[in-house]
Design a protein around this ligand. Structure first.
Ligand SMILES: *Cc1c(COP(=O)(O)O)cnc(C)c1O
Length: 440
């Protein structure tokens, strides 16, 4: 039996889904019926699916690289056309003037991450932005210098933290506190994190957690961790690579200090798309907050006077350094237009339903030895379920590929399945189950 912890905003969704789950059926017609009733079903046809043997694949890798939406090509061609026909004048006269390109992301992104429009900007890539944020917010002293993160964080985040700590003259083994699950468990309990925060209250400078861990799929209680960090006067930062466009976020109300994310996973911005940054307004508005500066973060009124003396813009874009990377932003701009046609609440509601259905089907399998290492409660996970196959993991992954299903495999036998509510269907989930059911 599954235990559900429902609270706050999730309560409604949770009760509703609980009821739905009782009615789930492991038959194709049921999945098709669910798709017919899905208010978001029209989005699917707005995406291209990779082809396999002349047919659309079933794509569950939106947690690694989201699909291309059909409006992107025209958007890219528009920028090429404006460059071709206007060259330098395009900065002012292009259809979307390049000078203000970052402005176009404020509204859609502020809704997706739950913040004020001037608290969000796009620039660089995720790991670069993490470094830039650490340079601004990790200001260790001899007493208060430790950084806390989850064990098994994405390697790039580990490298960033490790090298930042070294740059300040500290030893990673001493200065980095990694939180692991309890012996024999897969999930890290917030209560355990809180206890370690409390224990290190005098030495803790900053916490950096993934909103959702890329491997286990665990969603952390961002608000609770932020509150605990602030009690010790530590900074609360989050890497939202797997959370943005996936779960509902309220960064401003949760009082998060800073957050970074990439745009090529659930946001469908394309390979290596420009990264996103949130800075709480108490810092964003402070032009004296330390940072590495470049002319694009300078006040627009004086930027082209080419004078000495950096004056930061009093918002998150005060962290911009270089000229807007238009060609690396245009796909994201187009992709976010789709998000503008719905809400994170609607997407999340479908996502919870899809993941529950997937879980229901998986739990009905008796021919395979595997474990779902992602938590069962919706407030502890996003779209992704991570399945640990004690044996045959590779073989099963191979079978999937041959059946035209794209999922991700990680050693030592973890298949990560991420039904994305914008373009995945209940039938997709059913097809995945069918392959597993017939595996011998
Ligand atoms: C995907 C991902 C990255 C990748 O970083 P890039 O700088 O965009 O290459 C980093 N951290 C996490 C947690 C991720 O999920």
């Amino acid at each position: 039996m599954t235990v559900f912890f429902c609270k706050g905003k999730l309560q409604l969704t949770c009760n509703k889904t609980l009821a739905m789950q009782n009615q789930y059926q492991a038959i194709e017609s049921f999945a098709k019926q669910k798709d017919q009733e899905d208010p978001l079903r029209h989005f699917r046809s707005q995406f291209y699916f990779p082809q396999y043997q002349g047919k659309d694949t079933i794509y569950f890798c939106g947690n690694s690289l989201g699909l291309q939406s059909k409006n992107i090509e025209a958007a890219v061609l528009q920028e090429l056309k404006d460059w071709k026909e206007q060259a330098i004048a395009g900065f002012i006269h292009a259809k979307n003037p390049w000078l203000y390109y970052q402005h176009y992301f404020r509204k859609p992104l502020s809704k997706i991450v739950g913040c004020l429009e001037h608290e969000v900007t796009v620039m660089n890539g995720l790991t670069v932005n993490l470094h830039l944020m650490l340079l601004s917010f990790y200001q260790p002293t001899k007493q208060k210098y430790k950084i806390m993160m989850e064990a098994g964080a994405f390697p790039s985040d580990q490298y960033a933290i490790e090298t930042q700590v070294k740059m300040h003259g500290f030893e990673p083994a001493d200065a980095i506190i990694e939180i692991t699950p309890k012996e024999g468990e897969k999930i890290i309990h917030e209560a355990d994190i809180l206890a370690v925060i409390e224990k290190n209250k005098d030495s803790l400078a900053l916490i950096l957690f993934g909103g959702i861990n890329y491997y286990s799929g665990q969603l952390f209680d961002i608000q609770r961790l932020t509150e605990a960090a602030h009690k010790t006067k530590a900074i609360a930062g989050f890497d939202l690579a797997h959370a943005v466009g996936n779960t509902e976020l309220s960064l401003h109300d949760w009082d998060v200090d800073f957050a970074v994310w990439c745009s090529y996973k659930y946001l469908n911005g394309g390979p290596g798309a420009v990264g996103g940054v949130y800075v709480h307004e108490r810092y964003a508005a402070n032009i004296d907050q330390p940072r590495l500066a470049g002319w694009w973060g300078n006040e627009e009124a004086t930027r082209f006077k080419m004078e000495k003396g950096f004056i930061a813009k009093p918002d998150a874009s005060g962290w911009n350094i270089s000229t807007a990377q238009v060609m690396n932003m245009v796909a994201l701009k187009a992709s976010l237009e789709l998000f503008e046609q719905t809400s994170m609440q609607a997407l999340r509601e479908k996502s919870i339903d899809l993941s529950y259905y997937l879980e229901f089907l998986l739990n009905s399998l008796s021919n395979l030895d595997f474990e779902i290492i992602t938590a069962a409660e919706p407030e502890r996970r996003g779209a992704q379920l991570s399945l640990y196959f004690k044996k045959n993991g590779k073989e099963i992954h191979q079978k999937m590929t041959e059946a035209g299903i794209i999922v991700d495999f990680r050693e030592p036998g973890v298949i990560r399945v991420a039904p994305a509510p914008l373009y995945n269907s209940f039938e997709d989930v059913y097809r995945f189950y069918e392959i597993l059911k017939d595996f011998k």
